[in-house]
Design a protein around this ligand. Structure first.
Ligand code: G6P
Length: 612
């Protein structure tokens, strides 16, 4: 996600900010900018779409921007496409404030409307600009930088790491944090701010991590932190002894592991802004209730793991909407002469928004008059631009080739589409709707619990990594989950792996089961647990070694038959794969690690497949 850096000291700030931003490039970004307070107490903002080099060339490596206090930002677009205007820092209309932000201000629409009503003119499409404009609005009332920040923080909802400059107070930067990473760096006669330690490690290794609700005032003399009640507090300082290269992966050995562990946070970003009280609001979707009612056919079209999200989506959407939903591989859809017309909805799922087959399928469907709703991670990507409607997943940049956090957020967004459609069509019961919303809220936390059990998974990976062939079996949502678990394992560990609907075993696959064959039995779908158990018994009887995945409530029952059991917390039936996928991702990761594979860049695979 967005990268943040801030500096106040005796040296020219801009070169230090550019260097910090360069260290954050690995996070992925689409634009960059800096703001520096000049000796004449004016805020100068320099920003541009594209690579950091464009910005650096524009200001001659920072030499052109005078001043020893500033903030810098690399943007990974969420609200508004990548553009010069949407890049950070954002200035207030009167030029008093400059703001950089990582996160999402959930109630920005309401605040923007309020400020427009007060005569404020907005320049960008971002949620962040409301922070800059609101700061100036309050500052005009109270003429106090710190107090204005406090008022803004009480008014905004959502997630934020903020760095703020005020032209009238050229001796300080104010920073604030809630649900987005932010740390403080202590130097000799200087202070730093950064979204991760990589940005400042060349200048200081003494840091403190900000907690939610805290506000920090950075000066050349030091940093004062205040808690959520406004009381000054002492922060514990940490000494960083990592190598810089390790810090770029946030201390994780691989991007894939880092991204697996980022999933709860990514889910919060994808889910929380779309829930209010006990209802789902897809305010970023233009589809009207009338249009939703007019669809006679629903398709889900995608490739790879995005297609697997679609397979789960088919079960869940059909259940919630009582409409038939077809899920089709994009590479098949485009040549299949699909029966699509003006009354069809085509839901296109793509992390990158650039997959060629998915793009071609979208165009094919559009030609036939279908309405295109896409679920995309990369803002402003080709698929997003050519769709009638886009729901972004806000997972942040994904660097490992094997997708993890994009998959999880796509799934959550698609489930929310199902709920919203079910409500419009009157096909979902109030009880189920309420249960799923409640469980969507709880999902990030439950996923954190699953991530804590990673030692168990490591143990099983060490036990089974030498197998050459693996079968994933399950029914209904567990079958759909198995497709993704199997793909994860084969793509990064190069073990031959297949996923089967358990009921199909007897029609062929069971002939491949012999002494020592590894079967990963998925039994998280409560309604069919007994059937899943029968299949486990069948493969065991033919000599299979079984590793089972089930829910906590079924664990004891599973342990009566299987020795190697993993479990995840219980949740709403339709959300169970969202938790189940995490142990399977971790299992694939640790198996690949044991086998010494190149996990982040598996052989023959690409992150974004832009050829047919
Ligand atoms: C590649 C990636 C997969 C991804 C698939 C579809 O195969 O390695 O992780 O699921 O493309 O990509 P998309 O960007 O359209 O979701």
């Amino acid at each position: 996600m967005c990268g943040i850096v801030g500096f106040i000291g005796q040296e020219q700030a801009a070169p230090i900010l550019l260097d910090g931003l360069a260290r954050l490039e690995y996070r992925g970004y689409d634009s960059a900018g800096v703001a520096v307070v000049s000796p004449r107490h004016e805020i100068q903002v320099k920003k541009s779409k594209g690579r950091l080099q464009v910005l650096s060339d524009m200001i001659h490596g920072g030499a052109d921007v005078e001043g020893c206090i500033g903030i810098g930002h690399t943007r990974w677009a969420t609200h508004g496409a990548p553009s010069d205007l949407n890049s950070h820092p954002h200035m207030s209309e009167g030029g008093k404030f400059a703001v950089i932000h990582n996160g999402i201000i959930e109630n920005y629409v309401e605040i923007k409307e309020f400020l427009i009503g007060q005569g404020v003119t907005f320049r960008s499409e971002t949620d962040t600009e409301v922070v800059a404009q609101l700061l100036e609005f309050y500052y005009n009332e109270c003429h106090d930088f710190f107090e204005s920040v406090g008022r803004v923080l009480r008014r905004i909802e959502g997630a934020y790491a903020l760095g703020i400059l005020c032209a009238d107070c050229p001796d300080r930067i104010i920073a604030a944090r809630k649900d987005a990473p932010l740390l403080l760096g202590y130097g000799e006669g200087c202070s730093f701010l950064a979204s991760d330690v990589t940005a400042i490690i060349r200048h200081t290794r003494s840091v403190a991590y900000m907690e939610d609700g805290e506000v920090a005032v950075l000066t050349t003399a030091g940093i004062q932190v205040y808690n959520a009640l406004g009381d000054p507090i002492e922060k514990e300082r940490h000494h960083i002894d990592w190598e810089v290269s390790a810090a770029e992966k946030g201390g994780y050995p691989h991007f894939m592991l880092k991204e697996i562990f980022e999933q709860p946070q990514a889910l919060r970003r994808a889910i929380m802004p779309r829930l209010r009280a006990d209802r789902v609001y897809l305010e970023d979707m233009k589809l009207t209730a009338e249009k939703i009612r007019s669809f006679t056919r629903i398709f889900i079209v995608a490739c790879g793991s995005s297609y697997h999200v679609g397979v789960i989506g088919k079960y869940n959407l059909e259940h919630l909407t009582r409409r038939s939903v077809e899920v089709v591989l994009a590479s098949e859809f485009r040549y299949a002469d699909p029966i699509v017309d003006e009354n069809s909805l085509v839901i296109v799922i793509s992390q990158s928004g650039e997959t060629l087959d998915t793009m071609a399928a979208l165009r094919e469907a559009k030609k036939c008059g279908a309405y295109i709703l896409s679920i995309v991670n990369v803002v402003g990507s080709s698929i997003a631009r050519e769709s009638d409607d886009v729901l972004y997943t806000w997972a942040g940049p994904e660097i490992a080739v094997a997708t993890t956090k994009a998959y999880s957020t796509q799934l959550a967004v698609l489930d929310m589409v199902g709920l919203a459609f079910g409500e419009v069509l009157g096909t979902v019961s109030e009880d189920e709707y309420a249960e799923v919303v409640r469980e969507l809220r709880a999902l990030p936390e439950k996923m954190e619990t699953v991530l804590k059990s990673c030692e168990d998974i490591q143990k099983y990976a060490a036990q089974y990594f030498n197998h050459n062939s693996v079968f994933f079996i399950g029914r209904n949502l567990d079958y759909a989950l198995g497709l993704e678990g199997s793909l994860k394992l084969k793509e990064i560990s190069y073990i031959h792996s297949e996923a089967y609907a358990s009921g199909e075993l007897k029609h062929g696959t069971i002939s491949l089961i012999e002494n020592g064959t590894l079967v990963i039995a998925l039994g998280t779908y409560g309604a069919l647990f007994d059937k899943a158990m029968s299949n486990v018994v069948e493969v065991k009887a033919r000599g299979a070694e079984v590793l089972a995945l089930t829910t906590e409530s079924h664990r004891a029952e599973m342990e009566k038959t299987v020795a190697s059991v993993l479990s995840v917390p219980d949740t709403a039936r339709m959300l169970q794969p969202s938790l189940g996928v995490v142990p399977l991702q971790l299992f694939a990761y640790y198996v690949a690690l044991q086998r010494g594979c190149d996990i982040d860049k598996p052989r023959n695979l690409a992150k974004s497949v832009t050829v047919e």
